[in-house]
Design a binder for this molecule. Structure first.
Ligand SMILES: Nc1ncnc2c1ncn2[C@@H]1O[C@H](COP(=O)(O)OP(=O)(O)OP(=O)(O)O)[C@@H](O)[C@H]1O
Ligand SMILES: [Mg+2]
Length: 243
């Protein structure tokens, strides 16, 4: 792992009226890392993603991606620069097939002449061959989540943010997802940031973990440090089973 930062967030604040959803957060993610972002419901995890990917404009703070200031830059430009994300509530286009959905992502870096090459590669990588011609509206949750991941991967990000990609999956589906993510990180050098309530996935996958509570970053450290941090246990882990 290099220690070169890919993402530098400083003093990021996002308010909704009187509610401070993200409160003065400063953190760095290094090239090649897999980091986790955890915290109770309403802690600000999704808002943090929305604010660094340009969906929301921060009220305060700076976001530097690959050395470039991207604060206030619109989402499609940030995606072009190499940061993609998956959505917590899968926004699959129900009338589109799996293949068409992945193609939407692939157009980020490809034109008509070579877009299908990328689509085939990602569909194969994510194990979606058998359902590539099915409509997304007909798919179950596990498949939909995988299509959502494939769409984001097809944009060819350097940094991929995953918002609860493991939610609602069976143990076997979760193991498959973790394997795909490990491969993506190792073989394609994609830096990953996963927001996740499934502790098995966070603890098994991440080298470092950030903890948000009520918009504030209350801890950062290795899975072991986080599991033993009294403040994190009190705010979040509590009775959650850590395997
Ligand atoms: N668009 C919005 N307008 C107003 N308030 C919002 C908006 N989006 C989020 N919030 C509020 O901001 C806070 C942080 O929400 P957010 O969705 O970021 O939390 P989260 O950590 O992703 O939670 P979860 O684990 O449930 O997904 C919550 O109090 C939420 O109600
Ligand atoms: Mg969320």
């Amino acid at each position: 792992m290099s220690s070169k930062p890919i993402l530098q967030v400083s003093n990021l604040t996002k308010r909704f009226g009187n509610l401070v959803a993200v409160n003065n957060v400063t953190l760095q993610i290094h090239e090649g890392e897999i980091v986790g972002l955890i915290g109770p419901n309403g802690a600000g995890k999704t808002t943090f993603f929305n604010t660094i990917t340009g969906l929301y404009t921060p009220d305060e703070g700076r976001v530097i991606f690959k050395g470039e200031d991207i604060t206030g830059v619109p989402p499609h430009k940030i995606c072009k620069l190499g940061m993609s994300r998956t959505f917590q509530v899968t926004k699959a286009f129900t009338e589109m097939t799996v293949e068409e959905t992945v193609r939407v992502g692939a157009y980020n870096r490809h034109g008509e002449d070579d877009v299908m090459e990328k689509v085939d590669e990602v569909i194969s990588f994510c194990g979606l061959e058998e359902i590539r011609h099915q409509k997304c509206g007909d798919l179950g949750l596990a498949s939909l989540r995988r299509v959502e991941l494939a769409r984001a991967m097809a944009t060819e990000p350097d940094l991929l943010l995953l918002d609860e990609a493991g939610a609602g999956l069976t143990a076997a589906e979760l193991a498959e997802l973790m394997e795909i993510l490990r491969q993506l990180n190792k073989e394609q050098s994609v830096t990953l940031c996963v927001v996740e309530h499934v502790m098995q996935m966070v603890m098994g996958l991440c080298e470092r973990i950030f903890v948000l509570d009520a918009g504030e970053l209350i801890a950062e450290g290795t899975p072991e440090e986080i599991s033993n941090n009294p403040r994190v246990i009190e705010a979040y882990l509590g009775e959650r089973a850590i395997r």
